[in-house]
Design a binder for this molecule. Structure first.
Ligand code: FAM
Length: 436
């Protein structure tokens, strides 16, 4: 069985060749225009960066190396006794563009479990945080501190060839992904279950199996399966989203993966991005408290209008790129439909009913370019049903997941020798001079 590193070693030369050819033959080929609206509108729509593992189509949604979510659900290995995609098989696909065998997936699970323990000083650091510090702040700080052990940074200081960067990058990325569950679970325990012992990592379990166990939900098979799916699906969403782009930008300075990903986590912590799943739950619960759970479409409609007229966004709806219902939302809904306990859950039923009404209300409201749900419309509510009720923690789970894609690209950026990012900015006066 070929290891992950050996597999990457085989794939990299052809990608390097592809980039060389693009540079040599098409460096001056025009593939889009930049309009003033792009410059003042958050660069929306500008094709401006390379991102290998996934591409987002506005209507179809995400494809990972060409595979849609249903494709991945068909071909990617699951955990023994499970049905859902796991983090390891998704990571392998993202990194190599290949579907791993069962044996390769298990080998990667084992490697991650073996590397999963936190250094003692990071445990101490995290334990010293006040429980009132937002869990995302704790996660970002913990990840940054892990850079103490960065192999890339140490090798760079000693002096290595550019062609070797990616191997150290890969080692750091695997170490970081391996350590995220212990770090994230420790934060959960400290904040919400102080004084309870954190179980040791089980070398025979997959990454998310261990994560759920360390959180204290190991005996809930359905929650474990849900988290496997959730973490695989949130793994990558091309490069332009705020967290992925942040990690790409910081990494382009040759910062190590720990610093790059910690920066990404602080972008993920914003309410318009990763914090939306906590916001959705807060909003759905407020709706439930005000109008009850056995409600009519008309009542939901009124509640939606109240939110909009109050100048707030409807959390879980809209997207910077997508123009249809998010296939990740659909996949999570299908998970709900396949589990009777979720079908009976009042909060899940309310999410579903909201979905039946919200797109029309948002269309009538007429502002958002995408009146359909994104993945966050449902993701947190399922966690809530299964008893993981501390919604300030939800973005941390997203943060464990997004490492798969963001760190994959760091490896590719170094393998392809991509340069430091440096787009051009303009003042309004300078822009007006260009227009004249
Ligand atoms: N409810 C009400 N208004 C909305 C809206 C929503 N769900 N989504 C967009 N709009 C408004 C938006 O505020 C903007 O208004 P102004 O012109 O007054 O500023 C207008 O519609 C045009 O926005 P857009 O071009 O359709 O969206 P953007 O690309 O600017 O923003 C989102 C995209 C996701 C930030 C935005 O749709 C939003 O705020 N959604 C609610 C929060 C959310 O669910 N975020 C999670 C996104 C998720 F995919 C993730 O990152 N995890």
């Amino acid at each position: 069985t070929k290891s992950l590193k050996e597999t990457l070693q085989e794939v990299i030369p052809s990608k390097q060749e592809q980039l060389k050819k693009l540079k040599a033959e098409h460096a001056q080929t025009v593939v889009g225009d930049v309009k003033v609206e792009n410059i003042i509108g958050g660069m929306r729509g500008i094709k401006a960066m390379l991102w290998e593992a996934s591409v987002l189509d506005p209507n179809e949604g995400i494809r990972f190396h060409g595979l849609t979510i249903p494709d991945c659900q068909k071909v990617l290995p699951t955990a023994p006794g499970g049905k859902e995609i796991i983090a390891e098989s998704m990571l392998w696909l993202l990194l190599t563009g290949q579907v791993p065998s069962e044996a390769q997936t298990r080998q990667l699970s084992r490697e991650l479990a073996e590397k999963g323990d936190l250094p003692a000083f990071v445990e101490k650091l995290v334990d010293s945080f006040p429980a009132t510090l937002h869990p995302m702040t704790q996660l970002g700080m913990g990840v940054a501190a892990l850079n103490h052990d960065s192999l890339f940074q140490a090798a760079y200081e000693k002096g290595i060839k550019k062609s070797e960067y990616w191997t150290y990058m890969l080692d750091d990325c695997i170490n970081l992904i391996a350590r995220l569950p212990a770090l994230a679970a420790r934060i959960y325990r400290n904040v919400y279950k102080p004084g309870t012992p954190l179980p040791a990592i089980n070398k025979d379990l997959d990454l998310v199996g261990n994560y759920t166990t360390m959180l204290g939900f190991g005996d809930n098979h359905n929650l474990t399966e849900y988290l496997r799916l959730y973490i695989a699906l949130h793994g990558d969403h091309e490069g332009g989203n705020a967290s992925a782009h942040t990690s790409h930008l910081v990494g382009s300075t040759l910062s190590d993966p720990y610093l790059s990903y910690s920066a990404a986590l602080f972008a993920l912590a914003g309410p318009l991005h990763g914090l939306a799943n906590q916001e959705v739950l807060r909003w759905q619960l407020a709706m439930q408290a005000e109008i009850g759970s056995d409600v009519s479409h008309e009542q939901i409609k009124e509640y939606l209008w109240k939110t909009l007229k109050g100048g707030q966004v409807v959390p879980g709806y809209g997207h910077g790129v997508l123009r249809q219902a998010d296939p990740r939302f659909i996949a999570l809904q299908e998970f709900c439909d396949a589990h009777p306990e979720l079908q009976e859950s009042s909060i899940i039923r309310l999410v579903k009913k909201t979905y039946e009404v919200a797109p029309d209300v948002l269309k009538e409201h007429g502002k958002t370019k995408n009146p359909y749900p994104n993945v966050d419309a449902t993701s947190g509510c399922v966690l809530y049903h299964y008893g993981l009720k501390e919604f300030k923690y939800y973005t941390v789970i997203f943060g464990v997941s997004r490492a798969l894609g963001a760190l994959t690209q760091l490896v590719w950026s170094r393998a392809l020798g991509l340069p430091i990012e440096r787009p051009k900015s303009l003042s309004m006066d300078a822009l007006e001079m260009l227009i004249k």
